[in-house]
Design a protein. Structure first.
Length: 325
């Protein structure tokens, strides 16, 4: 079957394309970047512009299933490019898929499309969405992207939405923020951790969940792709121990992070980084418990153990020359 993946050279994209190739599909990889990690056989690379409808119609011609992964990930409160890509980009891809007669669209959204900050119980597919003007632009844009997709669904497109939690694991030549943090811990560069927990999911399980959604997902529905609730300091210590180091000696209490909130964005701006931002700290403070039972029930989705992901990630980092034992 001929399928298309936008953002094919990205973290999730490389893992998804690899699984699609293993399943025997012909893949149209839409990305301005090329990935040497993917086998040349079975992949056709296209420089598609997700903000240009004609460009996407040409890219998706003859495709049966479209996996839309492109997004601008940021922890900032405002980012015009992130808003455009995460909202207009979704609508453009959806309209192109409808025009060419694609059988299915799977949109990879995010846990951040939900309002994680005002929960009274576990987060599930019916929880409140990220509509508040005070929320980070990534959260608001991921929700608005879903809104734009559902407008095209109302016009006849068969599309489903997957919302992964925090993604990590191999394969990753980029490195993602979380994988980079774990590599730093393994290098002995993280003497202090943060006393926070978060639902972390293996990128390979996310890819498998997206494929399952294409096969079994119901039109217009959301599916939370969860992993396991893990302590971030313990993950860092596990990474360090895997290469013979000690890792963080202690953790900063979450209450201490709350004191930084009023000045987080100004400090982050001066440092030229969004890692120290209100959005980043709020995410750690909320650490929502996420209910993945719908994906398990409908898609047959089952995440692997945390221990397996960490073992495979450290093995990959060493084998790819990104980490020394």
């Amino acid at each position: 079957m001929k399928v298309a993946v936008t953002g094919a050279a990205g973290f999730v994209g490389v893992n998804l394309v690899e699984q699609l190739l293993d399943a025997g599909h012909e893949v149209v990889a839409i990305d301005r970047v090329r990935s040497n990690a993917l086998a040349a056989t079975g992949v056709t690379w296209i420089d598609g512009d997700i903000l240009d409808l004609d460009s996407m119609i040409r890219a998706l011609d003859g495709v049966e299933v479209v996996y839309h992964l492109v997004a601008v990930i940021t922890l900032a409160q405002q980012d015009d490019l992130a808003w455009r890509v995460n909202t207009e980009g979704v609508r453009t891809v959806a309209e192109a898929a409808l025009t060419v007669g694609a059988r299915k669209v799977v949109h990879c959204s995010s846990l951040h499309a939900f309002d994680q900050y005002h929960l009274g119980s576990a987060l599930n597919e019916s929880s409140a969405r990220a509509t508040g003007a005070d929320l980070p632009v990534y959260d608001r844009s991921k929700w608005q992207g879903e809104v734009e997709l559902l407008k095209v669904v109302d016009r006849g497109l068969d599309a489903v939405i997957c919302n992964p939690t925090g993604i990590y694991g191999p394969i990753d030549y980029g490195l993602s923020r979380m994988n980079a943090m774990l590599r730093d811990a393994a290098r002995g560069r993280m003497p202090v951790g943060v006393a926070a927990k978060f639902d972390m999911v293996d990128v390979r399980d996310v890819a498998a969940g997206l494929i399952a959604a294409a096969e079994k997902g119901e039109r217009g529905e959301n599916y939370l792709l969860t992993g396991h609730m893990v302590g971030l300091t313990e993950l860092a210590r596990t990474a360090a121990r895997s290469v013979g180091r000690r890792g963080p000696r202690f953790s900063i209490p979450l209450r201490a992070l709350e004191l930084v909130l009023p000045i987080a964005d100004p400090i982050g701006s001066r440092l030229g980084s969004d890692i120290l931002s209100k959005g980043a700290i709020d995410t750690l403070l909320t650490s929502p418990v996420v209910d993945g039972s719908k994906a398990a029930r409908v898609l047959g989705y089952l995440p692997r153990p945390t221990e397996e992901t960490m073992r495979d990630l450290m093995t990959f980092l060493v084998g790819s020359g990104q980490l020394r034992r």
